[in-house]
Design a protein around this ligand. Structure first.
Ligand SMILES: Cc1ncc(COP(=O)(O)O)c(C=O)c1O
Length: 328
């Protein structure tokens, strides 16, 4: 911030670009490529990865997003992520910026330009710029944005020792907002910050009826004391693409590690008595939770189901039938 009483400069376009570059020099980021329908193409300089301030995604949160992974030069399960993206757009009354085929093509091209062979793709649909009102401006054109980056990473300790979580004090989202991946993540942000401030790894939402919800950007699932792989219904939680896939893949473990696979409301008391508990998502994959609100889950150590589910997912991400080749 400039000192008080100093006349503020009115900047030229050249100065703006220089200042954006200086900002990124002070705070380097590793975003490999960015597509913007507003810019009309792809940029690789993070200083140019910008969006107009009056886009309603910025000042009203009227936008949606999704994230898919890049594994060994291929995109994993993009169709499932696009299905969810289309559903989020419809529920948010957002006009698509192009057809599904056009969006897929832009995503694949942006990954190819990035050169990244392992990482993540996050893409957004925005309501568009044009005014500072609530409803989109009459002339608003929806924006489509894609960023390719290294992906979120978590400590090795999460997988070797397991995570410690707490029940958040923040209220869970109502169903419409829980199943729509909109750019309104305030409850999720506050929940994660609250857990970190308490020296823990993450939080868990519980709904008003006392059923388990989800974590900040991950689903939660359990192995019950009688061996059922149990997941909350996808009503108060985001339908996680990773969870939905694992619920299919886990069938191969029934009769060995699991006595069944089940999606239902899970009362907190049942959940606390689980043999194992996991966080599941595209970025975390499958990570064991060993402590919840100061009480151990099972024997307080990562269990065999967490390892088996992670192995199943890893195999699917590398050699399964849900991979798209990238024309680098
Ligand atoms: C709130 C929330 N729940 C669950 C998930 C897990 O979803 P996915 O497996 O598609 O990454 C995410 C991540 O996108 C999320 O943001």
């Amino acid at each position: 911030m400039p000192p008080v009483n100093v006349r503020l400069p009115v900047l030229t376009a050249t100065e703006v670009i220089a200042n954006l570059e200086a900002l990124r020099a002070r705070q380097p980021v590793k975003y490999a490529a960015f597509y913007s329908s507003q810019l009309g193409g792809i940029v690789t300089d993070p200083a140019l990865m910008v969006i107009p301030f009056d886009d309603h995604m910025v000042h009203r949160g009227h936008g949606i997003f999704d994230t898919a992974g890049i594994v060994q030069g291929r995109i994993y399960d993009l169709e499932a992520h696009l299905d969810r993206f289309m559903g989020s757009a419809e529920r948010s009354k957002l006009t698509l910026a192009g057809s599904r085929d056009a969006m897929r093509n832009i995503i694949v091209s942006t990954v190819a330009t990035s050169g990244l062979r392992d990482g993540a793709i996050r893409y957004w649909l925005s309501s568009g710029p044009g005014n500072l009102d609530l409803s989109p401006a009459a002339s608003a054109q929806p924006g489509f944005f894609v960023i390719v980056f290294g992906g979120l990473s978590y400590p090795d300790r999460w997988y070797t020792e397991g995570l410690r979580v707490m029940t958040t004090t923040y209220p869970i989202k109502p169903p419409l907002y829980a199943i729509t991946k909109a750019t309104n993540y305030l409850p999720n942000v506050l929940m994660q910050m609250e857990a970190k401030e308490a020296g823990l790894d993450n939080g868990v939402f519980i709904d008003e009826a006392g059923y388990v919800g989800e974590s900040s950007n991950m689903n939660v699932a359990f192995v019950t004391s009688d061996g059922v792989f149990r997941h909350p219904r996808f009503e108060r939680v985001l339908p996680g693409c990773t969870s939905l896939r694992l619920l299919e893949l886990a069938q191969s473990l029934v009769g060995r590690l699991f006595t069944g696979v089940d999606v239902c409301n899970i009362p907190v008391a049942d959940a606390r008595a689980a043999r194992e508990m996991f966080l599941i998502g595209s970025s975390v994959k499958v990570a064991p939770v060993v402590e919840w609100d100061g009480q151990p889950i099972g024997d307080g150590r990562p269990g065999p189901a967490a390892r088996a589910l992670l192995a199943l997912l890893d195999e699917d991400m590398r050699t399964g039938n849900r991979l798209i080749d990238v024309p680098y």
